[in-house]
Design a protein around this ligand. Structure first.
Ligand SMILES: Cc1cc2nc3c(=O)[nH]c(=O)nc-3n(C[C@H](O)[C@H](O)[C@H](O)COP(=O)(O)OP(=O)(O)OC[C@H]3O[C@@H](n4cnc5c(N)ncnc54)[C@H](O)[C@@H]3O)c2cc1C
Length: 424
């Protein structure tokens, strides 16, 4: 019997640096690349928010379409289905006589729960679900210590991982794929399929996030060029805006690292290289912490005890905050920018979070749930991990003391222009 491997794409929508795809091509006679639109990703939450809003949904659709086009260019295609992976994958396994299923391991509870359901369903068919690691800069398997021994304090984590581990080279993108014979590859879905309305681009934003591997790589090259030019001036570029492509796996963190590393030798560019690298390390850190501690990060008291919550006014205060109507100009501007574009800077995220938690006395989990709906670059570990840290309930208990709302506001909006631009 010929060997057919189903490759289940989730948040890894790329050909480059994709070990699971490379191995599937090498070890099979035919590959069945599959993307499943799972309606659970678009459900309402208990915080009266939606798991995915229209700005990120559009980015996901573009990324899936781009992956399909890339696969077509190397002789393949992408099967697109709608439903629950734990039902669809076993059906496809039977229909196409699949011998093994590959996917990338996730870390947050809803995603890993779905993987377990798929694994159990496949078990009944005596088909193996093989897990790959592909979301981090450092590979968990290459760490010289088990996950349980990874330090909880970020600075120690950074020191230890940089000293004791290596960043591997990227896997080359395949230039040929032999896919299973499929009559109907399925249509790309649209926003209406998940009951969402298109969101019009806001003219105040000079940046457009378009989903997909090609767009991600293009943006990476643009950023590096801009950073190299900026190195000759004093205005260093610190925010790369790579996060949305990293979150959907259109770019691998290793690809970003090896490309950005070229700047290390450019005079004055090292600070920018270090800044992006630091961000990638924070990203890895939260993923490893999720792996270490599981769903504690989603609990209001997390690893400590959350501060005062004004239960009587919580819902009203939360509504004012999310609609940019707190009356505090910078915070309202941050929320307006988030609502209109799906992207705000790190310092803006911290500002909005600090205000919600400390000034409005709303439980931080409401804020995290709202960011989950709105952020174009949402990923569970980075979002809930950062929120928990700001709320002082993260596993690195020292981190709370480093946040300072007044200082943030001075940095974010020193002359008041930001608040004017995003006043509504
Ligand atoms: C309350 C809060 C919620 C957040 N939610 C998310 C989220 O859902 N998804 C997300 O990608 N980032 C999140 N961040 C982290 C950070 O704000 C964004 O990654 C960053 O602003 C993206 O802009 P950039 O690509 O220009 O980052 P850069 O500064 O250029 O950094 C390079 C990359 O490193 C990663 N990174 C940088 N800072 C962090 C950080 N503190 N934590 C984790 N990763 C980091 C991102 O992938 C980023 O693209 C959150 C931060 C806060 C304070």
């Amino acid at each position: 019997m010929s060997k057919k491997i189903l490759v289940w794409f989730r948040n890894d929508l790329r050909l480059h640096d994709n070990e699971m795809l490379v191995e599937a091509i090498a070890k099979s006679d035919a590959v069945l690349p599959v993307y499943i639109l799972d309606a659970r990703l678009f459900e309402k939450t208990k915080y009266d928010t939606q798991k995915t809003g229209s700005i990120r949904a559009k980015f996901i659709i573009e990324s899936v379409e781009s992956l399909r086009n890339s696969l077509k260019q190397i002789g393949g295609n992408l099967l697109i289905a709608k439903g629950n992976p734990e039902e669809i994958i076993p059906q496809l396994v039977q229909e196409y006589e699949i011998t093994e299923v590959y996917h990338h391991r996730e870390v947050a509870m809803e995603e890993t729960h779905i993987s377990s359901l798929v694994e159990n369903a496949l078990w009944k068919l005596r088909v193996n679900l093989k897990h790959f690691i592909g979301h981090t800069l450092y590979n968990k398997e290459d760490l010289p210590f088990p996950i349980k021994d990874i330090p909880d304090a970020f600075n120690q984590f950074k020191k230890k991982i940089e000293r004791d581990s290596i960043i591997k080279p990227c896997f080359a993108a395949p230039d040929r794929i032999n896919v299973a014979e499929v009559i109907d590859w399925g249509n790309i879905f649209a926003l209406e399929d998940v009951n969402l309305e298109p969101h019009e681009k806001d003219q105040r934003s000079d940046f457009e996030f378009i989903g997909g591997e090609q767009e991600g790589i293009q943006h990476l090259h643009k950023v590096i060029n801009a950073m190299q030019q900026a190195a000759t001036s004093k205005n260093l570029i610190l925010a790369s805006k790579l996060s949305a492509w990293l979150a959907m796996g259109c770019l691998s963190p290793r690809k970003v690292y090896w490309e950005i590393k070229k700047m290390e030798s450019v005079p004055n560019a090292k600070a920018m290289f270090n800044h992006v690298l630091l961000g990638l390390l924070w990203r890895d850190y939260f993923r490893f912490m999720f792996k270490k501690y599981g769903n504690v990060f989603f609990k209001p008291n997390g690893f400590g005890s959350q501060g005062l919550v004004d239960q009587d006014n919580q819902q009203e205060n939360f509504n004012k905050w999310r609609t940019g109507q707190t009356g505090f100009a910078v915070v309202d501007a941050v929320m307006n920018e988030l609502n209109q574009t799906g992207y705000i800077s790190n310092i803006a995220r911290q500002t909005a979070a600090l205000y919600l938690i400390n000034n409005l006395e709303v439980s931080w989990v409401y804020g995290a749930a709202y960011f989950e709906e709105r952020l174009i670059d949402y990923n569970p570990a980075s979002n809930w991990g950062n929120w928990a840290n700001i709320a002082g309930v993260g596993n690195d208990q020292k981190s709370k003391s480093i946040f300072d709302l007044d200082k943030n506001i001075k940095n974010l909006d020193p002359k008041g222009n930001y608040a004017i631009t995003w006043a509504s």
